[in-house]
Design a protein around this ligand. Structure first.
Ligand code: SF4
Length: 174
C-alpha cells in the first residue's frame, strides 16, 4: 500500500479508534496521540517529499506571557528581543524562505493552510492540537513536533529548534 494511503488509514481510521479506546483508559489519551504523531511522521518521511513550499505553523503559547505584542495576524510584529523562541523561529523561517504563522486554534490554522496552500507543513503544538491538525490537513504531508511545556499547558511553551531545522531540511534538501 502506498505510504500516503497508509497515512490516511492511520489518521482517518486508527486515530478515531484509539481516541474511542482512550475513553476507557484514563490518562492514556496523550500517549495514543503521541503514538499517532510519531507514526504519521515516520510515514511522511517514507514518502520522501521534496518541496520549498513549506508552511511552519506555531502555537501562540510559544510567545512569552510577558510580551503583549499581537502576533496572530502577523508574526513579524515581533520585535525580536529574544525573550522567547519566536525570534529564533522567525530567523529560521527567513533563512529558509518559509511561510510562518502563529495560530490560536484549529479554525485559524485551517484558514492559514487554505490560504497559504503549502505542499508540506511543519506544525508545532501540543499532542492534542497536533493530532487533530494532522487529521484535518490530510493528505498534505505534515511533520508534527510536540512543544515542551515546562510551565504546564499553554503557558510559555518551548520547542526544540534543532527538531524544527531537521524537519525543514527533510522537506527542502535532497
Ligand atoms: S521575541 Fe518577539 S514575541 Fe518573543 S518576547 Fe520578544 S518581541 Fe515578544
Amino acid at each position: 500500500m502506498p505510504y500516503k494511503m497508509l497515512r490516511g488509514m492511520v489518521l482517518r481510521v486508527l486515530y478515531p479508534v484509539l481516541m474511542f479506546i482512550s475513553a476507557f483508559f484514563k490518562g492514556r489519551k496523550e500517549v495514543f496521540q503521541r503514538f499517532v504523531i510519531n507514526l504519521n511522521n515516520r510515514l511522511v518521511k517514507k514518502e520522501n517529499i521534496k518541496t520549498k513550499k513549506i508552511l511552519l505553523l506555531l502555537p501562540h503559547c510559544l510567545q512569552t506571557d510577558e510580551c503583549t505584542i499581537r502576533l496572530t495576524h502577523n508574526i513579524y510584529n515581533c520585535e525580536r528581543c529574544g525573550r522567547c523562541e519566536i525570534k529564533d523561529l522567525i530567523e529560521i523561517a527567513d533563512e529558509n524562505e518559509l511561510n510562518l504563522f502563529v495560530a490560536t486554534g484549529g479554525t485559524i490554522a485551517r484558514k492559514i493552510v487554505s490560504e497559504a496552500k503549502p505542499e508540506a507543513i511543519i506544525a508545532v503544538a501540543c499532542e492534542r492540537d497536533l493530532s487533530h491538525g494532522l487529521v484535518d490537513t490530510y493528505p498534505i504531508p505534515v511533520l508534527g513536533i510536540s512543544n515542551k511545556r515546562p510551565f504546564g499547558p499553554c503557558l510559555n511553551t518551548q520547542v526544540d529548534l534543532a527538531e524544527v531545522r531537521d524537519a525543514i531540511n527533510f522537506f527542502s534538501k535532497d
